[in-house]
Design a binder for this molecule. Structure first.
Ligand SMILES: Cc1cc2nc3c(=O)[nH]c(=O)nc-3n(C[C@H](O)[C@H](O)[C@H](O)COP(=O)(O)OP(=O)(O)OC[C@H]3O[C@@H](n4cnc5c(N)ncnc54)[C@H](O)[C@@H]3O)c2cc1C
Length: 286
C-alpha cells in the first residue's frame, strides 16, 4: 500500500521541529521510528503533507540517572531500554515492558516518545508509565511543561499533547526501599500488542505492602491505574491469598473494550488473571 504524497524534512533541533509544526499545523507530523505512523499513512488513515524527521536531532536519545529520576530521551528506542543495565538495576519492569513489544525489528526502530504520543489502547508503554508515575516532558512554542502520566492519556489515541508540541523526555522517579516490579502481558499472537498488559510496582515495609501501583493497558480505551486493586493490597502482606483477593477487584468499575480479538467478559477475566500474575511476580522479586 502506498501513502499519499508528502514532503520529508529533517529537523536538526527541537526548536526547528516545533517551527515546522507551527507553520504546517495539522498537516505536519513528527516522524520518530515510523512504526505506527507509516502503517497508518499506508492505510491512508493519516495523510500528513509534511513529515518532520526527529531522528537526527542530537540529544533526544539517552538513558541516564539524574536527581533520583531515570531520564529517557523521547527518541530512545524500545531496544535501548530493554538492554539498559541502568534501567534493569533501577526498575526492571521497564525492561520487561520494552522486551514485550512487537519483534526485534520493531524494537530497534520504535521509540518510547512515539509510542506515548500515538497512545494506542493496546500499547505497552502507557501501563509502564502509569505504574511508575512517570512525568512526560513536552516542549512547544510557549516553552516546556511536565505532564504526569495520569494526566497524559485522555482517551482512544488521545493525549494531552497539542499538535505543535513534541515530547522531549520521560522522567521516572526511582522507587526506594524494598520494591518488587513486574509486567505481565497477554500477547495478541498476530500483532504482538497487548490484549491485556499489567504493570506493577509494590514496596514492602515490616512485612506489609506500604505502596502498590498497578496499571493496565489493552483493557479500556486508554491505559489506567486500577485503584481498587491498589487499595485492596495496600496494608496487607503480599502473599498469595491477599494477592488473589486484590486481583479479583481488577477492572471492576471500568468500561472494558470489546472487539474481534476479545469480548468484554474475556478481557475482564484476563485483567484479573494478569493482575494476579504481575503481583505474584513482583512479590517474588521483593
Ligand atoms: C508489527 C508491529 C508490531 C508492534 N507491536 C507492538 C507491541 O507489541 N506493543 C506496543 O506497544 N507497540 C507495538 N508496535 C508499535 C511500535 O511500538 C511503535 O514503534 C510505536 O507505537 C510508535 O513509535 P515510533 O517511534 O515508531 O513512532 P512513529 O510511528 O514515528 O510516530 C507515532 C506518532 O507519534 C508522533 N510522535 C513521534 N515521536 C514524537 C515525539 N517525540 N513527540 C510528539 N509526537 C511524536 C508521530 O507524529 C506520530 O503521530 C508495533 C508496531 C508494529 C509495526
Amino acid at each position: 500500500m502506498i501513502p499519499n504524497k508528502f514532503d520529508y524534512q529533517k529537523a536538526t533541533t527541537v526548536e526547528e521541529a516545533i517551527e515546522y509544526l507551527v507553520e504546517y499545523g495539522d498537516e505536519a507530523k513528527l516522524l520518530a521510528g515510523g512504526h505506527s505512523l507509516l502503517p497508518a499513512m499506508k492505510l491512508r488513515l493519516n495523510n500528513p503533507v509534511k513529515l518532520v524527521d526527529i531522528n537526527r536531532i542530537p540529544g533526544l536519545k539517552y538513558i541516564r540517572e539524574e536527581n533520583a529520576m531515570l531520564c529517557l530521551g523521547a527518541a530512545t528506542t524500545h531496544y535501548d531500554i530493554e538492554s539498559s543495565e541502568l534501567v534493569k538495576s533501577k526498575i526492571p519492569m521497564l525492561c520487561q515492558v520494552a522486551a514485550s513489544i512487537g519483534d526485534l525489528q520493531v524494537r530497534n526502530m520504535g521509540t518510547i516518545g512515539g509510542s506515548l504520543a500515538h497512545a494506542d489502547p493496546a500499547a505497552d508503554w502507557p501501563a509502564g508509565m502509569l505504574a511508575t508515575e512517570a512525568i512526560i516532558v513536552i516542549q512547544g512554542p510557549e516553552g516546556t511543561k511536565n505532564v504526569p502520566a495520569k494526566d497524559f492519556f485522555m482517551g482512544l489515541y488521545t493525549t494531552a499533547l497539542a499538535e505543535n508540541e513534541i515530547i522531549t523526555e520521560i522522567r521516572i522517579p526511582i522507587p526506594e526501599g524494598n520494591i518488587g516490579t513486574a509486567y505481565a502481558k497477554c500477547v495478541q499472537p498476530a500483532s504482538r500488542f497487548a490484549l491485556v498488559g499489567c504493570a506493577t510496582i509494590i514496596s514492602k515495609n515490616n512485612g506489609l505492602c506500604d505502596r502498590v501501583k498497578l496499571a493496565f493497558t489493552g483493557v479500556s480505551v486508554n491505559a489506567f491505574c486500577d485503584e481498587a486493586v491498589e487499595h485492596a493490597l495496600t496494608g496487607h502482606a503480599p502473599d498469595v491469598d491477599n494477592i488473589t483477593i486484590a486481583a479479583e477487584k481488577a477492572a471492576i468499575n471500568v468500561d472494558v473494550l470489546s472487539d474481534h480479538f476479545a469480548s468484554e467478559n474475556y478481557r475482564r477475566h484476563l485483567a484479573k488473571v494478569y493482575a494476579k500474575k504481575a503481583l505474584m511476580e513482583a512479590a517474588n522479586n521483593l
